[in-house]
Design a protein around this ligand. Structure first.
Ligand code: NDP
Length: 252
């Protein structure tokens, strides 16, 4: 089938770069109408242009997921533009490794506020649309971006890893609860992906570790993870692949 996601209405957070941008493109290519959400308007506008030029349908919505009102407004805008969403890729996140002893409360806070509470704000805003879509008989997906860091133990990644462990465990619970209503809930746990994510790191120990990893490992590309998103969304309605770990082949 050329457009397996035709008729689907997708929302992608963290869509202005990296995994979110690549996934928005792929979902549009597969026929979904896509709302792309992030803070950087210019990047979103560029993405919408690219998707439109390739024959897809997309709308940019400027959103700060640390602000519930902003996310709620975006949810309303999706409905007035496309109708209720049936696919939410809950993907915005930030990674700020650091030694616990440095006590960078601001970096702890921003990771928790984006990766945990931000993810919850998106769930809060879009759950009514997803359950409505399911009640109408649509195939429905909530896909959360977790990380292999949610399972593995790395020095200096305690706070980030804990936020992702939260995402993974939340997903397992929500799947059971919402699956009963025909809403599929899944998570993707990637290893290292070449995106802007590493660019925000301030801690030298982690910068060195990442620089060394880059020399020895061919990182995943955002498009590799986008393929997983497309695969999950394209599964038959009765199949919910709960958890996908996708690693660079050489990453241990
Ligand atoms: P990027 O930094 O490229 O993407 C992060 C996205 O989140 C951007 O689009 C950014 O957009 C958005 N974002 C950040 N803050 C906010 C905010 N307050 N409100 C709305 N959007 C926000 O990195 P990735 O693509 O790698 O990251 C995507 C997800 O993948 C994250 O959850 C990350 O933890 C996870 N991940 C990444 C891995 C990697 O190695 N790259 C590995 C495992 C998981 P903007 O700044 O425009 O708002």
């Amino acid at each position: 089938q050329d457009k397996p996601l035709a008729g689907r209405i997708a929302v992608v957070t963290g869509a202005s770069s990296g995994i979110g941008a690549a996934s928005a493109k792929l979902l549009a290519q597969k026929g979904a109408k896509v709302a792309v959400l992030a803070r950087r308007k210019d990047k979103l506008a560029q993405l919408v242009e690219e998707i439109s030029a390739a024959g897809g349908t997309a709308i940019a919505i400027e959103v700060d997921v640390t602000d519930q009102e902003s996310v709620d407004k975006a949810a309303a805008k999706v409905v007035t533009t496309f109708g209720r969403a049936d696919l939410v890729f809950n993907n915005a996140g930030v990674m700020l490794p650091g030694a616990i002893e440095e006590r960078k409360l601001e970096e702890w806070d921003s990771q928790i506020d984006l990766n945990v509470t931000g993810l919850m704000r998106v769930i809060h805003a879009f759950i009514p649309q997803l359950t409505q879509a399911a009640a109408e008989g649509a195939t429905v997906d909530l896909i959360n971006t977790s990380s292999i860091a949610g399972q593995y133990i790395y020095p200096y990644f305690a706070v980030y890893s804990a936020t992702k462990a939260y995402v993974s465990h939340l997903t397992r619970h929500m799947r059971v609860e919402l699956g009963a209503k025909n809403v599929r809930v899944s998570m993707i746990e990637p290893g290292i992906v070449a995106t802007e994510l590493q660019g925000h790191v301030t801690f030298q120990g982690a910068k060195d570790w990442l620089a060394n990893a880059k020399e020895t490992i061919e990182f995943l590309q955002p498009e590799d993870v986008a393929q997983v998103v497309g695969f999950l969304a394209g599964l038959p309605k009765h199949v919910n692949l709960q958890q996908v770990v996708v690693m660079p082949t050489k990453q241990g």
